[in-house]
Design a protein around this ligand. Structure first.
Ligand SMILES: [Zn+2]
Length: 394
């Protein structure tokens, strides 16, 4: 991965906020760093934290996408013992410079406590791929050395911000090259926008080189196609998934060589026991796909039983979401994204394309191991995400 920073363009960014917009877009435009609304960035100016607002994507973000929040209020919140994520969002709204701004990112407190002007956060594929392996933490330690702070997985939101606040009380931030949230993503920071951005690129590039040397294999798994991807197969799949979802659905097939090869892994059930590429993906994709070998009905019914069991095991008082898979792996053929409209199907398609690349690489590093089923559940049924979905439905 290379920096795409243009000194020429940067001279046109005459304010700190304009500079923030510029490097945020650079990060957002690389799908190996963030996908569809993933990641967030911030800048501290005159006692305010301008942080990505909810509903904005980094690739197209503008100044209006950075609500300003009182920095001291955010830092004080990190000192609380506990606050629910819903109350945290409400208090952050109270501290907004302009009340008509969007909600600040759920990671606003975390951005506030990092004592640098520019803070960049991505879900870089290469870094999370290494992290999502059985020896991920050890590999990252060896790769980055002691100047990279590694934080065990904690659910995003107040609890994560609090955890980092506690763990970094005695840390000399100036000695750190960055911060990796295991199974989740990376933070880089600096008082200079270009340097913060280029630190991110350097961290990710190092992981990409590591994967080239340790995980890339030319081996492809071909088999006789189990399924005939003809019109009747497509019609049946569409109609059955529509019934489960309770609305029409749109399908998008992924049948690159890599997708076909992935679909032929013998241990797909095991791979999909072990979490998404980065936690928030589960909200789009559900925790696992339907796996269809030669019979659509069987594949879908195995999915719904598995999902019901997963829900029953982990639910406290949540209400179960619909039972339609958001994607299916079709043995010998590749995968298919299953969305309620074009926008959703394209998002799922991109997430799954990146996910199967990462999972394939991980097979050469001892297997795939991301979040536990209970962590996945907490994310899928997170109060704020559920509220967002409810809003989108109404
Ligand atoms: Zn994140």
């Amino acid at each position: 991965m290379k920096s795409t920073f243009s000194n020429n363009y940067a001279t046109k960014c005459t304010t700190d906020l304009k500079m923030r917009v510029y490097t945020s877009q650079l990060l957002g435009k690389d799908m190996n760093l963030v996908l569809h609304g993933g990641g967030n960035t911030s800048v501290k100016i005159d006692g305010k934290l301008y942080v990505k607002g909810s509903g904005w994507n980094l690739d197209t973000i503008e100044e209006a996408g950075f609500p300003g929040v009182d920095l001291e209020t955010l830092i004080d919140m990190a000192k609380l013992d506990y606050i629910s994520d819903t109350d945290m969002v409400a208090q952050q709204r109270e501290a907004l410079e302009d009340k008509s701004s969007p909600n600040p990112s759920i990671e606003a407190i975390l951005h506030a406590i990092i004592p640098f002007k520019y803070v960049d956060h991505t879900h870089a594929d290469a870094v999370v791929t290494i992290s999502n392996t059985p020896e991920g933490e050890k590999r990252l330690k060896e790769l980055y050395g002691s100047n990279m702070l590694l934080i065990d997985y904690v659910m995003p939101g107040f609890v994560l911000a609090k955890e980092i606040y506690e763990q970094t009380k005695d840390v000399d931030w100036k000695s750190l090259d960055g911060l990796i949230l295991l199974n989740h993503g990376v933070f880089s920071f600096d008082d200079d926008a270009k340097i913060a951005y280029e630190k991110m690129i350097a961290i990710v590039n190092k992981a990409e080189v590591y994967l080239q040397e340790n995980a890339v294999s030319k081996e492809l798994r071909f088999s006789k196609s189990f399924c005939k991807l003809d019109d009747s197969f497509k019609d049946e799949l569409k109609s059955e998934v529509s019934k489960l979802r309770g609305c029409d659905i749109v399908m998008r097939f992924g049948s690159s060589i890599e997708a076909v090869s992935f679909s032929n892994f013998d241990n797909l059930d095991d791979i999909f026991k072990n979490g998404p590429l980065t936690p928030e993906h589960v909200i789009r994709t559900k925790p696992f796909p339907a796996i269809i070998a030669d019979n659509i009905e069987e594949g879908l019914s195995a999915f719904t039983s598995r999902y019901k069991k997963y829900f029953k095991t982990h639910a406290k008082d949540e209400i179960m979401l619909d039972l339609a898979p958001r994607y299916a792996i079709i043995k010998g053929v590749g995968f298919v994204a299953l969305g309620k409209d074009k926008k959703e199907v394209d998002i799922i398609f991109d997430i799954i394309s990146h996910t199967i690349s990462a999972m394939t690489l991980a097979q050469n590093m001892g297997g795939w191991k991301s979040l536990s089923p209970s962590d996945i559940f907490d994310m899928e049924y997170w109060e704020l995400e559920q509220a967002k979905l409810a809003k989108a439905v109404s």
